[in-house]
Design a protein. Structure first.
Length: 469
């Protein structure tokens, strides 16, 4: 859960439905406090779309961590309105009851006589916005924090450069949005909890990859002393599980563009067959760089080119496949596994929560191509591969226990808030990004509860393509 030093309480809309002056003033205060790296909560009214219980839970969590409550008002009735009243009354009660032994309430008002404020607020410091500008008021708030205790300073936030939005269009469903095509996914396997999620994903997708491996075995099997390449290996969970104990496999070359992940993978795996190297599939010098890696390990060619859930992160999957094909032996195989949000179904979902989450995911900065699964056949054919077969494997909630339901949710949905969190952390003063992040986080929490209900059913498909060089 996020922690905050300051909670800003304000009325967002007036009686006419337009944005209230209070909200405009609150936004100025919020941006200035963020510029000073003071963790500040600015309520996300869009959470109300998910229901009052979700909105209240978000509010309560922020109130519990805040040291200073700032109440902003330009009209007395706004301060006494339902949600604003709930916020300052709750905080005031915590101060009186000793729940918050170190806490403070500060009112920042305009055109309101401090003596007319609700009795509970009169005993706290009032600042007049007509006499104290936002900078001076934030100085006052910062001083109040110092008196209470040293505030938690938000860390310096370093983010990848922003990318354009995803361009996907599903002709079969209104779930998917039309947008400008991005250049490359901003995904990173070092996201929060991503290592554990990938381990779960590796286990959940084993039966899908076995369809391809069984097909290869029926078609003559692998040659003796086979060399396997896992392109986009991440931590190497899948490579070791699928190929680590195969008698005919001598070498498993695992490549990824993330040096930190490769270093961790080297420490995690003791299988002598496995080799981990940092190679960027989209490097302009990929061919010579990869040839150098093969030469360094005394390898001539690849017998099995394996890549799972990597293509949809790439700017130009066909170009990468054409380059990789050059290193596959003449009778070699390629196995690709992709995902496709269009394969996801659930019931019941009376509020179309899954649809909303998927639609929102596609608007995230740097999101990957979530419809790549249906494209595997064409991508392979366009890249020169032959004898292409595509298999599908359904994963669903029937006949699995609670823990397995949690695991499938973790694999397919939990990560989606990371894109929005990264964008928000890049610029905490961008309210649209903050609202998107808060909405996605709350929506996923609500959907996870639904996901684990006994009568809820969900399914999705893995798509696995197998072809000859």
């Amino acid at each position: 859960m996020d922690t905050f030093d300051v909670f800003i309480s304000f009325k967002n809309t007036g009686d006419d439905g337009r944005r209230a002056d209070d909200a405009m003033l609150a936004e100025l205060v919020y941006k200035e406090l963020c510029a000073r790296k003071i963790p500040t909560f600015y309520s996300n009214v869009t959470l109300l779309q998910l229901g009052e219980s979700v909105y209240k839970r978000s509010i309560d969590g922020a109130l519990d961590t805040a040291k200073v409550l700032v109440v902003i008002g330009t009209r007395l009735e706004y301060i006494e309105s339902r949600w604003i009243g709930y916020e300052w009354q709750s905080f005031h009660s915590d101060l009186l009851d000793g729940v918050k032994p170190d806490g403070e309430i500060i009112t920042y008002t305009r055109d309101i006589d401090p003596r007319a404020l609700p009795r509970a607020l009169r005993s706290y410091q009032n600042c007049n916005a007509a006499e104290m500008n936002v900078d001076a008021f934030c100085d006052f708030v910062e001083q109040a924090l110092r008196k209470l205790e040293k505030p938690a300073v938000a860390p310096d936030l370093k983010m990848p450069q922003p990318v354009d939005d995803l361009d996907v269009h599903d002709p079969f469903s209104s779930v998917f949005l039309e947008a400008k095509r991005h250049r490359k996914s901003a995904y990173s396997s070092t996201y929060h909890h991503e290592a554990s999620r990938l381990k779960v994903q590796a286990s959940n997708s084993r039966s899908s990859d076995e369809l391809a491996l069984d097909f290869i075995e029926r078609s003559g099997g692998l040659p003796e002393h086979a060399v396997v390449l896992d392109a986009g290996c991440a931590y190497g969970y899948v490579a070791e599980d699928r190929f680590g104990n195969m008698d005919r496999v001598d070498t498993i070359l695992c490549i990824d563009n993330n040096a930190e992940v490769i270093e961790q993978a080297r420490k995690m795996h003791g299988n002598p067959k496995m080799i981990f190297e940092v190679v960027d599939l989209e490097s302009e010098r990929f061919s010579e760089e990869f040839r150098a890696v093969l030469d360094a390990h005394g390898l001539d060619a690849i017998d099995v080119l394996f890549s799972a859930l990597t293509l949809h992160h790439l700017k130009n999957p066909r170009k990468v496949l054409r380059q990789l094909r050059k290193f596959v032996s003449r009778d070699g195989w390629i196995i690709l596994r992709g995902s496709d949000d269009g394969s996801k179904l659930c019931y019941p979902d009376p509020h179309n929560l899954m649809k909303q989450i998927i639609e929102k995911s596609l608007t995230a900065e740097g999101v990957s191509d979530r419809l790549n699964g249906r494209k595997l056949f064409t991508q392979l054919a366009d890249s020169g591969f032959h004898d292409i077969r595509v298999f599908s494997n359904m994963k669903d909630l029937s006949a699995i226990d609670y823990d397995d339901r949690e695991a499938l949710f973790e694999e397919s949905f939990a990560y989606r808030s990371d894109y929005f969190r990264k964008a928000y952390e890049k610029d905490p003063t961008d309210l649209a990004r903050r609202n998107d992040y808060e909405w996605m986080r709350a929506a996923l929490e609500l959907f996870e509860q639904q996901f684990c209900e006994r009568a809820f059913w969900y399914c999705e498909y893995d798509y696995i393509a197998v072809a000859r060089r």
